[in-house]
Design a protein around this ligand. Structure first.
Ligand SMILES: *Cc1c(COP(=O)(O)O)cnc(C)c1O
Length: 414
């Protein structure tokens, strides 16, 4: 019987019959695994027999988390990494070759943008397009386009990609569709539902949820026909074609880069993931209330949040997502100093990161989007007064009170 989202995650580990009736998969702090015979170790290494090879590629605690993420995403299999960036870099590095072309959303997490800049120095061409309209993606496709990469809700201005239509386009053109689901999380959105072949999550954010462990994952959904992908090495075309892509990512990506998730971190993330749905519902409800409060505030020029009726993709977000998540940005009026506003916050933490239980604020042009330069910032709609807010699960009245007093203080100085 298929269970609900939270039920499935909560009872996932103990289905394996853990010793002493343990509810959690134990943390296996072992980097290698003993085998009974030489024939056994050979069979495991050649993939003819299940088992553990070496801790850089596999670990039982990490496997238990991979199973949970696969359940959450409704996919076939998952490979975990040390961080979300490791998952993204390893995926691109293992699947692309010189001469290939990629279409990416222009609205991207800053470090993902940096990876695409680097790939261009290795002979891979990247076209950055406004992915809120599928027509822009279609116009950028070329015969050598190997994949289309988008985020669900983009950082920091919350543009929503035209996810379903891009999925239909990728299917028709037989191009791999990669969706970074970090900002929505699999509770709010399952990219497999719009035809994504690979789904990436930063486990450091909503899935872990407590800012105590870094991690990343790539999930194979089964939606892409890897027989149509020219870059799969002959070695990895052994099992069913639906397994080829993730096998190559695990070998050429995880094994060769060595960006392995630590078993302790896998345990923290696993425990955090048990409350993903509860936390996301709460933080999203808080964000909705705050967006309405900011929307009429005289010190604020603009609020970026898909839950607001005036957001350009408000209707689209409604059809795609269960909720609007809890990432938002506000642009203060030019006369209101954004540093004065941030410094006046008493409860909200001045910090990078998102998807934590605590609410966080950061001036983005001066920090996470500083390195990319003014020109790219302007393309992404980021101004010097843009403050990104990652709303947590505090009591909403406390959050509104803190933001209200900080805005009043900063406005009084203007
Ligand atoms: C944070 C983030 C990442 C990178 O994740 P890390 O675990 O910090 O490496 C990738 N994509 C998005 C959308 C993110 O928010």
């Amino acid at each position: 019987m298929s269970k609900g989202f939270t039920t499935a995650i909560l009872h996932s580990d103990r289905q394996g019959g853990i010793e002493h009736g343990s509810l959690h998969k134990p943390v296996h702090n072992s980097i290698t695994f003993a085998h009974n015979t030489a024939a056994d170790i050979a069979a495991v290494f050649q993939g003819r027999q299940p088992g553990m090879t070496y801790g850089r590629q596999v670990n039982p605690t990490t496997q238990a988390l991979e199973k949970k993420i696969t359940l959450m995403e409704g996919g076939l299999a998952t490979c975990c990494f040390s961080t979300g960036m490791a998952a993204i870099s390893a995926t691109l590095f293992s699947l692309l070759r010189a001469g290939d072309h990629v279409v990416s959303s222009v609205f991207l997490f800053g470090n993902t943008n940096s990876v695409f800049q680097t790939l261009q120095n290795f002979g891979i061409e990247v076209s950055f397009v406004d992915a809120t309209d599928v027509a822009n993606v279609e116009a950028a496709l070329r015969p050598n386009t190997r994949l289309v990469f988008v985020e669900t809700i983009a950082n920091p201005c919350t543009q929503v990609a035209d996810l379903e239509r891009i999925g239909t386009l990728c299917k028709a053109r037989e191009v791999l569709y990669v969706v970074d689901n970090t900002i929505t999380s699999p509770w709010s959105f399952k990219p497999v539902s719009v035809g994504a072949g690979l789904v990436i999550n930063s486990l450091s954010k909503y899935i872990g949820g407590h800012a105590n462990a870094l991690g990343g994952s790539v999930t194979e959904t089964g939606a892409f026909d890897w027989e149509k992908f020219p870059n799969i090495y002959a070695n990895y075309k052994t099992g069913k074609p639906s397994t080829w892509g993730l096998l190559q990512i695990r070998k050429k990506g995880l094994r060769d880069t060595g960006a392995t998730l630590a078993p302790e971190a896998a345990h923290h993330i696993s425990v955090g993931s048990e409350t993903l749905a509860l936390r996301q519902e709460c933080s999203s409800a808080n964000a909705g209330k705050l967006a309405e409060f900011f929307n009429t505030h005289p010190a604020i020029k603009q609020v970026f949040y898909p839950g607001l009726a005036a957001h350009p993709q408000h209707a689209l977000a409604k059809t795609l997502f269960r909720n609007n998540s809890s990432l938002m940005s506000i642009e203060l009026k030019p006369e209101v100093d954004c540093f004065a506003f941030i410094d006046a916050l008493q409860l909200v933490v001045i910090a990078s990161h998102l998807g934590d239980n605590r609410s966080l604020a950061i001036p983005v042009a001066h920090t996470i989007y500083f390195e990319m330069g003014a020109e790219r910032r302007a393309e992404m709609g980021i101004s010097d007064g843009t403050v990104r807010l990652a709303i947590g699960i505090e009591d909403s009245d406390d959050l509104i009170a803190d933001f209200a007093q900080a805005l009043d203080k900063a406005a009084a100085k203007a």
